[in-house]
Design a protein around this ligand. Structure first.
Ligand SMILES: *Cc1c(COP(=O)(O)O)cnc(C)c1O
Length: 410
């Protein structure tokens, strides 16, 4: 009898991924404080390191390198050392956790806030617990919700009903189909990161009210960026008090790392008490928390970064529009440019890197559906107007000269 060949099985799995053109290669970057969106790129083949301009970063406002953020991290590191020293429950709750949670509750005008290792863990933990503790709960989920929300809902074992993306009629049809007495949660995002569009938050809140459902809003791509204090899209639209639980991250516009939820004390306390991903892990270190708090507080009062990003995004979209390129015209700062085929998508990205020193990671299946492979472009506050013009002109040139290569299906 031949024995199972583990090695060849794993290798075949990877061969399959490669055949489908969705094998992932990471770009080795060195970010240099004060130089973002420029970074040093070290090619895999051992070629010489060279400076590139990043066009796919989530550090939308350049806060990862902001002097107030760096200073706060330094001070906390010098003051308290490297690690938190434990889980939240067992010696790992520090002054920095408490102060940041206060700052977040204030950001969203909520009773309480809770920090997690990442936005992923926050979604997984919060939805996992909410769906589990509510008896006979049904969760209504937008079909484009992030993987972390999907895993949280699955973990909760609650019944799940998926509504078509941003489709209010479909959502209402599903809400109507469920017994009025059963607890309900509507889970959705404010900004959909791969499409660049936004949810009809007010209308979803109206439906939640009509059918007595809780609202759970992922503002990961909204916090820091939208609203007069960076509270997110719900703040910008004056809807903070109509959302029960808001989830966010420090990993994107705040330029650091970690995730959080804000909401009523009773819900936050429940999540704190039951979420495995919150309980059984070492809490975030002081330097990260101090940096995150500095970014949150800075963006409560400073609009300069948001304005600069809006200016760059508008210039970029106007230039792509004038060049007639197939980008998705969402309301947000994210600009997805459709290529429509995984190998072409990778090839465009390679040409940009090798011939133009521009770094954009190709976005392929399973992150987006097959046939909609894309470049997800982000003009940040840190790009100069020259950077933006150069990028738009380069893309226009590429699309004009590589017609056969680029199968535009937008
Ligand atoms: C990135 C992302 C997350 C996860 O946040 P992290 O802090 O990076 O773990 C959650 N939701 C959405 C929509 C995201 O894009």
């Amino acid at each position: 009898m031949t024995q199972f060949n583990y090695q060849s099985h794993f290798e075949e799995c990877i061969e399959g991924v490669k055949r489908e053109g969705r094998y992932r290669t990471f770009a080795n970057l060195e970010r240099i404080a004060g130089r973002f969106p420029k970074a040093m790129y070290r090619p895999d083949d051992g070629g010489e390191a060279r400076e590139v301009t990043i066009w796919c970063s989530n550090d939308y406002l350049g806060m990862g390198q902001h002097p107030v953020v760096i200073k706060a991290a330094h001070e906390a590191l010098d003051n308290s050392g490297a690690g938190a020293g434990g889980t939240r429950n067992i010696s790992g709750t520090t002054r920095y956790h408490v102060e940041l949670e206060d700052s977040l509750a204030d950001l969203h005008h909520k009773e309480a806030a809770l920090i997690f290792s990442s936005g992923y863990v926050a979604n997984e933990g919060a939805l996992g617990v909410m769906g589990k503790v509510l008896p006979e709960c049904v969760i209504f989920s937008d079909e484009l919700n992030h993987a972390s929300m999907i895993h949280g809902m699955k973990d909760s074992k609650a019944e799940k009903k998926i509504f078509r993306h941003n489709d209010l009629e479909h959502l209402e049809e599903l809400l109507k189909s469920v017994d009025a007495k059963r607890p309900k949660i509507i889970a959705f995002e404010s900004v959909y990161s791969m499409e660049g569009d936004m949810a009809p938050i007010k209308e979803i809140c109206d439906l939640a009210e009509k059918y007595n459902a809780l609202t759970y809003l992922d503002e990961v791509h909204g916090v820091g960026l939208y609203g007069p204090r960076g509270g997110g899209v719900a703040e910008e639209r004056g809807l903070l008090d109509r959302i029960d639980v808001i989830e966010g991250t420090f990993g994107k516009a705040y330029g650091c790392m970690g995730g959080f939820i804000t909401g009523p004390s009773a819900i936050v306390d429940c999540v704190r008490s039951f979420a495995s991903g919150f309980i059984f892990t070492t809490s975030l270190p002081p330097a990260v928390l101090a940096a995150a708090r500095a970014a949150v507080e800075h963006l409560k009062v400073s609009d300069i970064e948001r304005e600069r990003m809006r200016r760059n995004v508008k210039l970029f979209k106007d230039m792509l529009e004038a060049a007639d390129l197939p980008f998705m015209r969402g309301e947000s700062h994210i600009v997805p440019l459709i290529v429509g085929e995984p190998n072409c998508c990778r090839e465009v990205s390679t040409i940009l890197m090798n011939e133009h020193n521009i770094y954009v990671q190709p976005i392929n299946f399973p992150t987006v559906p097959k046939g909609t492979e894309r470049l997800r472009l982000t003009a940040t506050a840190a790009h100069s107007q020259e950077d933006v013009k150069h990028m738009a002109n380069t893309l226009q040139h590429l699309w004009a000269t590589h017609h056969a290569l680029i199968k535009a299906v937008a």
